[in-house]
Design a protein around this ligand. Structure first.
Ligand code: NAD
Ligand code: ZN
Length: 347
């Protein structure tokens, strides 16, 4: 095997990423080496590209970025027994500790010691990735590499959407970014009655309507109360999935929910934001914060749904060979794209 590889590196404390040669990762006894085939560009990678305050505080330089990937196993650590060479896989990018109370209770996604590949540790935007075997998620034939490369954000969508029972419920999704759109598709797949998705960007709402059977509403131009009336909702929505990180969207959601409504919050507001808690109390609303994916229950559920008719392929709007990564990042930074996938086997 070659001993260097191409990787997209945060090589300097400045805006941008650089495609450069890096040494091949060395694996430990409990790791595998994965040949990366396809990767997805995430909003997190855009923060790292832009080198904003969060990235400057969080990301060491130099670092190979990226955490959304699909590939195949090409080397096994000597303790790894239940995986095989050639196994197609994706994997959980959160590297968890084993000593916290939460981990020891099996709630791996709540481990406070978590470190992220491509954020705190060497990442997946590379020809090869070292990953603990524990984090590997094998892919069935039905899930090809480009879908495998977006399982991380699909997992955010699935984790959020499955936070509450959606069967027969009227669901409001705020924010038609890639994750909001996939959450709408999941809500539809698991049997919601009505799925309404809001945004202020018509391109994204049009994309949502191409991906799944949902009602897109541009809240900059339309009144959500009219949508409720058209759908004959007597009181409002039963469940809200907040996927925009926008304070106005959360306010609107609280307003649009029924008494006793439930909200799952995935969107990350930019800082402290004012909330009218009295309305939340008087409406007896339950709010759940959602981080990452449940390790590994979310992975299990999403792969089962993908094998059983959940189709999110149209959320991928751009595909580039890795040599054209700058175009991929430009598409993501425009704010109008769906998911952007880079192919590491195509120059
Ligand atoms: P994105 O930024 O691509 O999408 C957000 C969308 O919200 C945009 O299309 C934007 O136009 C829209 N929006 C803005 N104002 C709005 C309003 N008033 N009403 C409705 N929509 C509005 O983000 P994404 O990649 O799809 O991620 C969704 C959110 O989830 C982001 O806030 C992201 O930071 C967060 N996130 C959280 C986790 C987690 O683990 N909690 C993981 C990944 C992403
Ligand atoms: Zn991601």
């Amino acid at each position: 095997m070659q001993n260097t590889m191409q990787a997209l590196v945060k090589a300097r404390a400045a805006e941008g990423l650089w495609l450069q040669n890096e040494p091949l990762p060395e694996i430990g006894p409990d790791d595998v080496l994965i040949r990366v085939n396809k990767t997805g560009i995430c909003g997190t990678d855009i923060h790292i590209w832009n080198w904003d305050d969060w990235a400057q505080r969080t990301v060491p330089v130099p670092l190979i970025t990226g955490h959304e990937f699909a590939g195949e196993i090409v080397e096994l650590g000597r303790n790894v027994q239940d995986l095989a060479l050639g196994q197609r896989c994706s994997g959980e990018g959160h590297l968890i500790g084993k000593t916290s109370r939460q981990s020891r209770a099996g709630k791996f996604h709540l481990d406070p010691e978590t470190r992220g590949i491509g954020v705190n540790e060497q990442g997946a935007f590379a020809e090869y990735l070292r990953l603990p075997a524990f984090n590997v998620v094998p892919l069935p034939d039905e899930v090809d590499d480009e879908i495998g490369a977006i399982l991380d954000p699909l997992g955010n969508a699935v984790h959020t959407a499955l936070s509450f029972d959606l069967v027969g419920e009227d669901v409001l999704v705020t924010g038609a970014g890639p994750i909001g759109i996939m959450a709408a598709a999941v809500a539809r797949h698991v049997g919601a009655r009505n799925v309404v998705i809001t945004d202020v960007n018509d391109d994204r709402l049009a994309l949502a309507a191409r991906v799944c059977d949902c009602v897109p509403v541009n809240v900059a131009k339309e009144d959500l109360a009219d949508t409720k009336a058209q759908l004959k909702l007597k009181q409002g929505f039963d469940v809200g999935l907040e996927m925009s990180g926008n304070q106005a969207a959360l306010d609107q959601m609280v307003e649009a929910l029924v008494m006793g409504g439930r909200i799952a919050l995935l969107g990350i507001p930019p800082g402290k934001s004012p909330v009218d808690w009295s309305r939340i109390v008087f409406k007896a609303i339950t709010i759940k914060g959602v981080y990452g994916r449940e390790i590994f229950e979310t992975w299990y559920k999403m792969i089962a749904m993908l094998e059983n008719g959940l189709d999110v392929r149209h959320v991928i709007t751009h595909r580039f060979g890795v040599a054209d990564f700058a175009e991929g990042f430009a598409a993501m930074r425009s704010g109008n794209s769906g998911k952007v996938v880079l192919d590491w086997r195509k120059g």
